[in-house]
Design a protein around this ligand. Structure first.
Ligand SMILES: *Cc1c(COP(=O)(O)O)cnc(C)c1O
Length: 463
């Protein structure tokens, strides 16, 4: 995960060298429950089943490549987060990880709130009936039209990301005769990824308003002075795929310090803080993510402790997990096309998708696992690189993994933990048709986002 972007960091020593891969699992047929969604298992014939349906049937009915989303697992994870944080905190699912109208309905039914960061995501949320007050609107460059729609719809909060936006949202709210509830996104100088974090005073990035140099304090001053705004709190989001809570500790301390400064200067204790998302999941058997109740306890302990030290009432906490909810709930099913053994190197296994359905490996050097799922095999493990069908040598889905040496064209293989940032980042590169998302639950499978067709491509191309 983005190792090269972090040449130094407190936990740098833990970072594995480039080109690392683990030894093959003792039995390649075993599906590690850490990386597969909860209803995944192998049936008596050795084929993978999800929600009680075998992959061969799914492939026949829906084609490949396709994402299969384990609906009961998704719902269970929503409930686990909501239960872990309890009635005195709020869980906002980060819609950018994966959003569809079905997902919005599940979130409502399971009691979660929703983060959106574009007009398109807002439209999807509202169209599926998410109450506006349960929606938070993010983004570093919300257009005036997007702000207009968010205020008009009555979203529960807009997270202000710049000085210009403070004024824009205040004006829009005033024109609509409302006070818009807002938070200010601050950059606390902590950037966390997986096992390492960097804590500095300054942060070189486009999001938020810096705590450094009194910038965030000035933003608070302005927000408090504008009639159109009701400032309810401060927001911080420090990274992605984080396993170690130490980065949150530093960030919470800095945010609470700001709350104390606000109290001292303005005599108000802001009632909420949002600690963002970024909690990690298992992409491979080497990853050990924390359970929601451990995360909830750790965050609440940190905030309570820091607030006590600063003599503040503990604010209401909100969090914004995206990946940690949807990531583990889906896998991508591919059909093996060509197989090229490169003597002394590895075997290249080409599938019928690639960087158009999973850009994360090319973009972030992300790690994934893969399994043969249409059957079991007793063949020896072979080192493979799973690649796509795109005209780009960086078109890699799984960089290093082991599959049985008797793998053959026509076999089905699946990459687990592709629920987050795969379909939502999918592209039409090479005029690929973006795959469908099929929800599977209790023996039933239904398309929630259909496969793109060549007609869709031609419809956009107006000739
Ligand atoms: C991306 C993002 C999230 C979700 O991050 P995950 O890694 O999917 O948990 C939450 N909040 C904000 C502000 C984000 O930008």
């Amino acid at each position: 995960m983005s190792r090269s972007a972090h040449p130094a960091g407190p936990r740098h020593a833990d970072v594995l060298p480039e080109g690392h891969y683990s030894a093959p699992a003792a039995d390649l047929n075993v599906l590690d429950e850490k990386v597969w969604s909860r209803t995944v298992t192998r049936d008596a014939d050795g084929a993978l089943t999800v929600g009680g349906i075998a992959v061969a049937r799914l492939a026949e009915q829906f084609g490949t490549p396709a994402y299969f989303l384990d609906e009961s697992d998704f719902r269970a994870r929503c409930r686990a987060w909501a239960d872990a944080f309890g009635p005195d905190a709020d869980v906002f699912y980060a819609g950018k990880a994966f959003l569809s109208r079905a997902v919005v309905r599940w979130l409502q039914e399971e009691g979660l709130n929703l983060d959106v960061c574009s007009g398109g995501e807002l439209t999807t949320a509202l169209d599926a009936g998410m109450p506006a007050e349960r929606i938070a609107f993010h983004g570093n460059n919300k257009t005036v039209a997007e702000i207009e729609r968010a205020v008009e719809a009555g979203v529960g909060r807009i997270v202000l990301d710049s000085f210009q936006e403070i004024v824009r949202v205040a004006h829009t709210a005033q024109r609509h005769g409302v006070r818009q509830r807002v938070q200010i996104r601050v950059t606390v100088g902590v950037e966390a990824h997986t096992h390492e974090f960097i804590a500095t005073a300054h942060e070189d990035q486009k999001f938020g308003i810096a705590l450094a140099d009194g910038q965030a304090a000035e933003a608070v001053r302005r927000a408090l002075s504008l009639d159109g705004l009701e400032l309810i709190g401060v927001h911080s989001h420090i990274g992605s795929q984080i396993f170690d809570m130490a980065g949150f500790e530093v960030s919470a301390r800095r945010v609470v310090q700001l709350l104390a400064e606000i109290r001292d200067e303005h005599g108000v204790e802001l009632p909420e803080i949002d600690l963002g998302g970024g909690l990690g999941i298992a992409y491979t058997s080497d990853d050990d993510p924390r359970e929601p109740h451990e995360i909830a306890k750790a965050l609440s302990d940190i905030v309570t402790r820091e607030c006590e030290a600063a003599g503040l009432r503990t604010p209401r906490i909100s969090v914004e997990p995206g990946r940690a909810i949807v990531g583990p709930t889906a896998f991508t099913l591919y059909e093996v096309g060509t197989i090229k053994p490169l003597e002394g190197l590895r075997t290249y296994v080409s599938v019928d998708g690639g960087m158009s359905d999973n850009i994360r490996t090319a973009l972030y050097d992300a790690e994934y696992s893969v399994a043969l799922v249409s059957r079991t095999s007793d063949a020896e493990p072979m080192l493979v690189r799973v690649v796509g069908k795109h005209c780009e040598s960086g078109d890699i889905v799984v960089k290093d993994a082991f599959l049985p040496a008797d793998l053959a064209p026509g076999d089905l293989i699946a990459v687990p933990a592709t629920g987050a940032y795969c379909r939502s980042m999918a592209s039409n590169y090479n005029h690929a048709l973006r795959p469908p998302v099929v929800a599977v639950r209790d023996g039933e499978a239904r398309v929630i986002v259909r496969r793109e067709t060549e007609e869709d491509l031609l419809r956009l191309d107006v000739g």
